[in-house]
Design a protein around this ligand. Structure first.
Ligand code: PLP
Length: 403
């Protein structure tokens, strides 16, 4: 099916408001289609009430919309039970919930967990924090010279019998896709619980939880055309049910007295306090809106732009490309020889090209690469060929100016 990028772009008011900007920072956060913004506004204008606790009809309506949103996401991810979808504020909170929730229940002093060298800080720091407290050891899968996960090293590290293996589906710096389906099978065969950080992977390919067979999968709504402040923790029911909650308070309890508290059932047990009701409805709207498009056509369009960008950058003398071209979702990390990434991004900003510079919440990866950072250009399906041409011209001018 052919893809009409201009019709797709017209779904986003942002681009009509800012025709002069080239937005290449979608890995940080994506723009939201009007359908998502409308769903949130409509909730506040027409249905606003708290959920699960009102005796009145408005609250019942809000509850229905909120729980329908959970059903939409549950269906999209092909989970076994709707209670396996837990609302969080984003991938970061979901990973904190897991690191906290598995500690002391699954993970005991002297146990090991396995992470990889290309993780975002959100999939490192929570583990590190709780592992240090509980005497759990962390091993790290290195990269090969081709900047891919070293599968042989992964297999060797599995021999140390980690209880948990947590890894990103897609690198937020390099854009590379890890073979998570294969790695999940290897980890499971070694007896580990598997956690997939889908923050960047979710927009590349909608995962099927039953086919992927991972125990946990996390993502943030705002990287899937949805609102900020909402995310999802998917977990296998029995494992979720054994997690220690990260937060305690209202909603997550069955009974409370000063002598003790009994906890509610899933999913509420892990969702203390008033949830981000409008956010959940907005995320469900994003998922439903995406269903209007052929995902293969969206991906093909993005890949075509990425090739145009990649080849164009390769032809500019003075640019050092870090990201591999193959097996890439559309993220290009690069540097100008001898120049600081922040300076490069600032010059691009002057030409209204929005990119990100720095270590991209992945300091250990940059330590392994022995680089101070990089400029990251990340594409989404709403980018067009005009964006790529302007970016290449701006990069050319930036190199000229600096060198
Ligand atoms: C791979 C990866 N994991 C986790 C996160 C954290 O996501 P959030 O800040 O939305 O919680 C990000 C954000 O950039 C990411 O790219």
């Amino acid at each position: 099916m052919s893809f009409d990028v201009e019709a797709f772009r017209a779904e986003f008011s942002f681009f009509q408001q800012h025709p002069d900007w080239v937005y290449l920072d979608s890995a940080a956060t994506m723009h939201k289609p009007d359908a998502v913004i409308k769903a949130e506004v409509e909730f506040y204008q027409q249905h606003n009430s708290n959920v699960h606790r009102g005796a009145h009809q408005l609250s019942q309506q809000a509850t229905q919309l909120f729980e329908q949103a959970r059903d939409t996401v549950a269906l999209a991810l092909n989970v076994r039970r709707r209670e396996e979808i837990i609302w969080t504020s984003g991938a970061t909170e979901a990973l904190n919930l897991l690191a906290c929730g598995l500690m002391g229940t699954v993970l005991k002093p002297g146990d090991r967990i396995l992470l990889t060298c290309l993780e975002h800080h959100a999939n490192i720091v929570p583990w590190q924090f709780y592992c240090q407290q509980h005497g759990v050891l962390i091993d790290v899968v290195p990269l090969t010279n081709e900047l891919e996960l070293d599968i042989a090293a992964f297999q060797q590290l599995l021999e140390l019998k980690p209880k948990v293996v947590a890894m990103a589906e897609v690198s937020n710096v390099l854009g590379t896709i890890s073979p998570v389906a294969q790695l999940v099978q290897l980890a499971k065969a070694a007896g580990a619980i598997t956690v997939i950080d889908g923050a960047q992977g979710i927009v590349w390919q909608r995962p099927d939880m039953q086919a992927l067979d991972a125990d946990f999968y996390v993502f943030s709504g705002h990287k899937l055309y949805g609102p900020t402040g909402i995310g999802v923790l998917y977990g296998r029911y029995e494992l979720l049910n054994n997690l220690k909650p990260l937060r305690y308070g209202g909603e997550m309890i069955k009974t409370v007295s000063f002598t003790g508290t009994t906890l509610n059932q899933l999913p509420y047990k892990l969702e203390a306090g008033t949830p981000n009701i409008a956010g959940a409805i907005g995320l469900a709207a994003a998922v439903s809106w995406l269903n209007n498009f052929d995902s293969a056509a969206l991906t093909a369009h993005k890949q075509q732009l990425f090739t145009e960008l990649y080849l164009g950058c390769q032809a500019i003398k003075g640019l050092q490309l870090l990201s591999p071209q193959q097996n890439n979702v559309g993220i290009l990390a690069l540097n100008i020889k001898g120049e600081h990434p922040t300076d490069v991004a600032a010059l691009l900003n002057e030409q209204k090209i929005a990119v990100r510079a720095g270590t991209h919440c992945a300091m250990p990866l940059f330590q392994a690469l022995q680089l101070p950072g990089a400029v990251r250009l990340s594409l989404a399906a709403y980018n067009n060929s005009h964006d790529i041409k302007r970016t290449l011209k701006a990069l050319e001018q930036t190199v000229e100016l600096l060198q």
